[in-house]
Write a new protein. Structure first.
Length: 221
């Protein structure tokens, strides 16, 4: 699983990184909130651990932006040296999934991560065979084509999951809009076509047929 860690304390960052790598996670380290935000927007992570008190942009600011501006539901654990309830309350109001106060034992962090994984079904095997050489793992936003791993963006994953559930029938663009996007984040037809184009590049053009004037048909064997 892929994890993003935002922590500007280099000693603690090294400790947490070593722990996570030892546990089998693929870790991306950030010391600045701006870098963490860019990573979370541009890449797919199973969960993120964000420190509150980081330079320029705090972990709470990062959390606020990915939840409100980008509608990302990436699971988030907030860590902080603050002992007051004000920051704790703010973290949960902004959409944090868990909160740990420093100093904390690695055993506690392990239990928090395990709880997060159980709740969001992270790391479970959910393989969907699209073809003899193509597998789709929705929980990991991952497609494997001829043993090559390809990460999907959040909306690409959601569209593909919807196509799989409703395979071999015509799905209109309006149906995709109603079932994948919130009312206040409706994309243009051009945006949907970009997502479809990206999926075709990943799966093969023949997997998603355009039904002119109606929508799309996803072929699954």
């Amino acid at each position: 699983m892929r994890v993003l860690l935002l922590e500007d304390d280099l000693a603690l960052s090294d400790i947490l990184n070593d722990y996570l790598v030892h546990k089998g996670y693929e870790v991306t380290l950030c010391t600045k909130g701006e870098d963490a935000l860019e990573q979370l927007v541009d890449s797919v992570y199973d969960f993120a651990i964000l420190d509150v008190n980081t330079p320029t942009m705090s972990g709470l600011d990062v959390l606020k932006h990915i939840r409100n501006d980008y509608k990302s539901q990436t699971p988030i654990i907030i860590i902080t040296a603050y002992q007051d309830t004000k920051h704790l309350k703010s973290a949960f109001e902004l959409g944090s999934d868990d909160y740990i106060k420093k100093p904390f034992d690695l055993v506690e962090l392990e239990q928090r991560i395990n709880k997060l994984c159980r709740y969001f079904s992270l790391g479970t095997s959910d393989e969907i065979k699209i073809d003899t050489n193509i597998s789709f793992f929705p929980e990991e936003s991952l497609v494997v084509v001829d043993d090559k791993k390809i990460r999907l963006a959040q909306k690409e994953k959601e569209i593909l999951k919807y196509f799989v559930i409703h395979s071999n029938r015509v799905i209109s663009s309006e149906e995709l809009l109603q079932n994948i996007w919130q009312y206040d984040e409706q994309p243009t037809d051009a945006t949907i076509r970009v997502y479809i184009k990206n999926l075709r590049e990943t799966l093969g053009k023949e997997k998603i047929e355009t039904i002119r004037g109606i929508g799309y048909k996803f072929e699954q064997k």
